[in-house]
Design a protein. Structure first.
Lengths: 487, 612
């Protein structure tokens, strides 16, 4: 089996995925040329422009990919913790070695090229996590085994966010939540995440709502509604007392109805009413959990308290913790501010560029918006605009579907692993690509706030291309070795 | 894998990926297929359409003399957002010879969206307009010092002669109505506002061209879009050759100086208008460029109403000039023969007195010559009463209608619809309806409407109609719609009169006698064989209007003329000499009667008439 490793790898490597990788890289390269194309442009290979430079990076990434495939698969497992430690040191050192590029301290100069260690950190963290969670005695439901991976992820994440001021690259680590989920983390965590985002948006966007003769905070009110819903779910599910649920809903609505009527004559502080309802629900929970010995409901009560606190925290985070530019990006996204010349400029121009592509696009190198550089960062973070403008709906959907196929294929690869550690690594890779795709395209389409992370294989930049190559080809190497592993 | 309790979660994760991509595809569908606004926004972003203005067609007279041409003017535009720090305002002001305050106030005006609704920082805004070449020369030289500033060339009308203002009309900025009606126009464009400029707007304006340039995000121009494939060169307007004889026009304007009145000359054979004069008038140059609106308002306020084209819009009772038509209609409708005699008792005649002294009874030729009122009253009465009155006045009213139809053949009482003269009045030949309304169907008889017999009363005609009437008589039975465009397209617009030619011989003979023995004899030139008819029209506005219609030479008419001088007195004294000299000028190329010319020119009949 091991007689001819190189022959073996050529047979067992997943060529389909390499094909998609090549297609994405090639199409991305064409679009970088389109985005940086100006009127006195010479050639796509001209090293003085970005398409030419990207060509060099692509050649480099192909070499890198080849080398990664030739290395013994065990090396990755063996080196995982060492690499993690080294990466942590490098990340810590980076702010001191880096020079400031657009307010970010994440770039290290190596001769003629700048590298961004954060792009490689994803891969290293994924390998370390995979190694840790791949142990036989690993149990995700034990506190210790959940906390340690979280810390392994959290430390580089915080270093990147706080020391290097690269919020986007740091947020990518949230992708690991999907990996934990797959490995058995409670699904409620995902729901809590969704609820947290929804509550955040509600309390930021709507602040307070006008009622006849008074106002109430939307955040607290929706928090109350959410709680009521959760409560009913548990009452119905856990001890099948539908009539109690009905009474609960009925009394909540009755309280609000009465308050609304009173509000016509006297100003009712609705926030206090909502708060009162929540506290009553918590009390009910505690009573029920003790009386029926359903301790799960205690958690719900805890969650309630947390929610109330969270809506207040949202406001605090939004006004105090977030940087002004981040705050404005969110406000623009939520339609609270119109600022097409300032913070909303990128998003608005992106919308115009994509929209003006119509169904079949303007044709390659014929996009006026990209050609005339109306969209800033159009060859890096906003590269998808070029696709939208020059290739139209047709081309954009094709690219999205190719990515979807790519990610689904990665999931399929993950699922065929016999080695749990490889499966975790594979899910990490799939999740990271999905996260990048979601955030980047969502931002370009104006559905998510502007967070500067690249579109894998498309955006100009050597670090990101090599980072993703590393991520992908290590996976391919491990995948190719799955038959060599016993069991 | 063994004991994988969470195997199904792969579907949840795959589902999340699918849902996200699906949401993005829907969003893309909305942006790229449903939402239509982005296309225009993108074009506005990236494309600058620069209009290339065509030069307007020139206007010539019938002999190829240039009447209207174009002079280049310049406007200075600025694009505010390109005016970055370091822009030397002081030097700019110096180049244009304006003060800092003027500069500031103008810029404030441009930026004020209340006054300048289309303001944008990204597009060129007119800073100063209608500058002469010498005004912008210094700026031109240092233009590169002032980013965002452009000099755009436009053209204004200019005129060779200070004449024919009413006919030529003027060019002015289009208003919102024009823009709504015709998508060709954009705010700030010019179009013909009146006269020939308006009638032939389509021909004269040519076609605007467009040059599509690309502009990058910083507002810098990046060359032409798609290599100029979509550009369109401007197409110059087509020149217009008019029927005017500018020398004749100049003479008529000169002779009418100091008077309110009008003169129209037509070439009978073709219907071409040789001169169309309305006084008071103005120098066409005053309605050009910067001064236009100021001067236009002053003209509007002038109590003598110079803006009205009296030659086509003012209506007068034709007075005795109408007797020519009366004679023709009475002959044709067999009310009289050339030999019919009617008595005249001079000023003692009833119901209409005669203003001249001559023998009695008179026949037609003498009656025209002497402008005998009783003769024409009798002829008119006999025509109307030819069939008696009938039981309910029907026979009489029917006769009246026949008479009216015959009169209207001459183009009276209606506008010329098939012509290029934009402002006209219809005049009036009263209908039976009108008299029925006044008197009831049976309440009016020939005697009631006796004034009509001598061209007074309810009959009103414009000088153009009078000239056309003269032309119809000169042609012995037809006229071609009077017009101003000298192509032959109008020759088919021929209107034949239902009157036998032999009757025209009688009337023409009478009109010739007017110039030999009658009221016009003092101003006739025998060798030119003039024919004419004077008229002195009573009117409610003061002294009588002096009127004359005529043509020459009588056997082969080359020119037909109508002249009206308001409140001047006798037609023979004021209108006839003007017409006579016009005929002389046109037929011989000069006016030999220098003293007469000087006397008429210098006679001021209305003190308030100004030449603008």
């Amino acid at each position: 089996m091991r007689a001819s490793r190189s022959g073996n790898i050529l047979e067992s490597v997943d060529w389909g995925t390499i094909g998609i990788f090549l297609a994405l890289v090639f199409f991305g390269w064409l679009n970088i040329y389109g985005a940086s194309y100006t009127f006195d442009q010479t050639s796509i290979f001209d090293f003085s422009n970005r398409a030419g430079k990207q060509f060099a990076w692509i050649i480099g990434s192909l070499v890198l990919g080849g080398v990664l495939l030739l290395i013994d698969y065990k090396t990755y497992d063996v080196l995982a913790y060492f690499a993690y430690g080294a990466m942590l040191l490098l990340l810590l050192a980076t702010p001191f070695l880096a020079h400031d590029i657009k307010g970010s301290l994440s770039w290290i100069s190596l001769g003629p090229v700048n590298l961004q260690p954060a792009e490689f950190a994803k891969c290293v963290v994924a390998l370390a996590i995979a190694k840790y969670m791949g142990r036989y005695d690993y149990k995700i439901r034990s506190w210790r085994d959940l906390v340690i991976p979280f810390v392994m992820i959290g430390v580089p994440c915080l270093v990147i966010m706080i020391l290097q001021k690269e919020t986007g690259s740091a947020l990518v680590f949230a992708a690991f939540l999907l990996v934990f989920y797959r490995q058995g983390m409670s699904g409620y965590v995902l729901w809590v995440g969704v609820a947290a985002v929804a509550l955040f948006i509600l309390s930021i966007r709507f602040g307070s709502i006008a009622l006849p003769l008074g106002t109430g905070s939307v955040g607290i009110f929706s928090c109350m509604l959410l709680l009521t819903a959760v409560e009913i779910y548990f009452i119905c599910k856990e001890h099948r007392m539908r009539w109690q649920a009905l009474i609960l809903v009925g009394s909540v609505f009755a309280i609000y109805g009465i308050c609304l009527i009173i509000n016509i004559f006297i100003n009712v502080p609705f926030d206090w009413v909502s708060m009162g309802v929540v506290i009553a629900l918590i009390g009910y929970n505690i009573f029920v959990s003790i009386y029926w010995r359903k301790y799960m409901l205690l958690l719900v009560a805890l969650f309630s308290l947390f929610c109330i606190g969270y809506t207040h925290a949202c406001d605090f985070v939004f006004t105090k913790v977030l940087q002004p530019h981040q705050r404005i990006r969110i406000e623009v996204l939520l339609g609270m501010k119109e600022d097409p010349a300032g913070a909303g400029y990128n998003v608005n121009q992106a919308r115009i560029a994509i929209g003006s592509g119509r169904f079949f696009g303007k044709g390659y190198l014929k996009g006026t918006q990209t050609k005339l550089q109306f969209v800033p960062e159009q060859d890096t973070d906003f590269i998808f605009c070029t696709v939208g403008e020059e290739w139209g709906f047709f081309g954009s959907v094709a690219v999205l579907l190719l990515y979807l196929y790519f990610i689904l294929r990665l999931i399929a690869i993950a699922e065929r692993q016999r080695n749990i550690s490889t499966q975790i690594y594979a899910y990490s890779v799939a999740s990271i690509f999905l996260f990048h795709l979601t955030i980047n395209v969502g931002m370009v389409l104006g559905l998510l706030p502007v967070i500067g992370i690249p579109l894998p294989f498309f955006s100009y930049g050597g670090s990101s291309l090599w980072g993703f190559t590393l991520l992908l080809f290590i996976l391919l190497r491990l995948d190719a070795a799955r038959m060599e592993q016993l069991r | 894998m063994i004991n994988d309790n969470y195997y199904r979660r792969r579907y949840v994760i795959s589902g999340i990926a699918i849902v996200i991509v699906l949401v993005y595809i829907i969003r893309l569908f909305y942006l790229q297929v449903i939402d239509q606004s982005t296309k225009d926004q993108a074009d506005n972003n990236a494309l600058v359409k620069q209009t290339i203005f065509p030069s307007r067609g020139l206007i010539y007279d019938r002999n190829g003399e240039l009447l209207v041409f174009n002079q280049p003017i310049y406007e200075v535009t600025m694009t505010m957002r390109e005016m970055k720090a370091g822009w030397d305002t002081a030097a700019f002001c110096q180049c244009l010879h304006i003060s800092r305050e003027e500069f500031n106030s103008r810029v404030a005006e441009i930026k004020d969206r209340k006054k300048n609704r289309g303001y944008s920082r990204y597009t060129p805004q007119v800073f100063m307009s209608q500058l002469k070449k010498e005004d912008i020369a210094p700026l031109q030289e240092f233009l590169s010092m002032f980013p965002g500033v452009q000099i755009q060339k436009r053209t204004l009308r200019d005129y060779t002669y200070k004449a024919a203002a009413h006919v030529l009309g003027s060019v002015g900025e289009v208003n919102q109505n024009d823009i709504d009606r015709d998508s060709y126009y954009a705010r700030g464009d010019y179009s013909g506002r009146d006269g020939l400029e308006r009638t032939y707007e389509q021909q004269l304006r040519g076609e605007k061209g467009v040059e599509i340039l690309m502009r990058d995000a910083r507002g810098r121009l990046q060359g032409s879009y798609q290599d100029g494939e979509l550009d369109k060169p401007a197409k110059a307007g087509t020149d217009l050759y008019t029927t005017l004889d500018i020398q004749l026009q100049l003479l008529a304007e000169e002779l009418l100086a100091g008077k309110i009145g009008s003169a129209v000359a037509i070439e009978p054979k073709t219907g071409e208008i040789l001169a169309l004069v309305s006084n008071p008038s103005w120098n066409p140059k005053v309605l050009v460029g910067k001064e236009r609106s100021k001067n236009y308002n002053a003209l509007l306020k002038d109590p003598t109403k110079p803006l009205m084209n009296r030659a086509t819009q003012a209506t007068y009772p034709p007075g005795s000039t109408f007797k020519t038509i009366q004679a023709l209609v009475c002959l044709e409708q067999k009310a009289i023969t050339p030999n019919t005699l009617y008595p005249c008792s001079g000023p003692g005649s009833t119901p209409i007195k005669c203003t001249h002294h001559h023998g009695s009874p008179v026949a037609l030729d003498k009656a025209i010559e002497q402008s005998c009122n009783p003769y024409f009253w009798c002829a008119f009465r006999d025509l109307l009463q030819k069939d008696g009155y009938g039981d309910n006045n029907e026979a009489f009213r029917h006769r009246y209608e026949l008479w009216r139809d015959a009169v209207m053949q001459f183009g009276l009482g209606q506008r010329f619809t098939d012509t290029d003269i934009s402002e006209q009045s219809s005049g009036s030949i009263p209908s039976t309806k009108l008299f029925d309304k006044f008197y009831g169907k049976t309440g009016w008889k020939a005697i009631t409407i006796r004034s009509l017999s001598i061209g007074q009363g309810e009959i009103l005609a414009t000088p153009l109609q009078l000239a056309n009437q003269a032309s119809a008589i000169a042609n012995e039975g037809y006229f071609i719609t009077p017009h101003l465009n000298k192509n032959d397209s109008m020759l088919t617009h021929i209107h034949r009169l239902d009157i036998q030619q032999k009757y025209f011989d009688e009337v023409k003979a009478g009109m010739h006698r007017v110039m030999v023995y009658g009221t016009g004899r003092h101003y006739a030139i025998d060798s030119l064989h003039m024919a004419g008819k004077t008229g002195t029209a009573q009117n409610p506005h003061g002294r009588d209007h002096a009127i004359f219609i005529g043509f020459a030479p009588v056997d082969d008419p080359q020119i037909a003329v109508a002249v009206v001088v308001e409140n001047a007195g006798f037609g023979a004294t004021w209108a006839c000499p003007v017409a006579s000299m016009m005929m002389e000028q046109y037929l011989t190329g000069e006016v030999k009667r220098k003293d007469l010319r000087k006397r008429i020119r210098e006679a001021v009949l209305n003190e308030s008439v100004k030449k603008w």
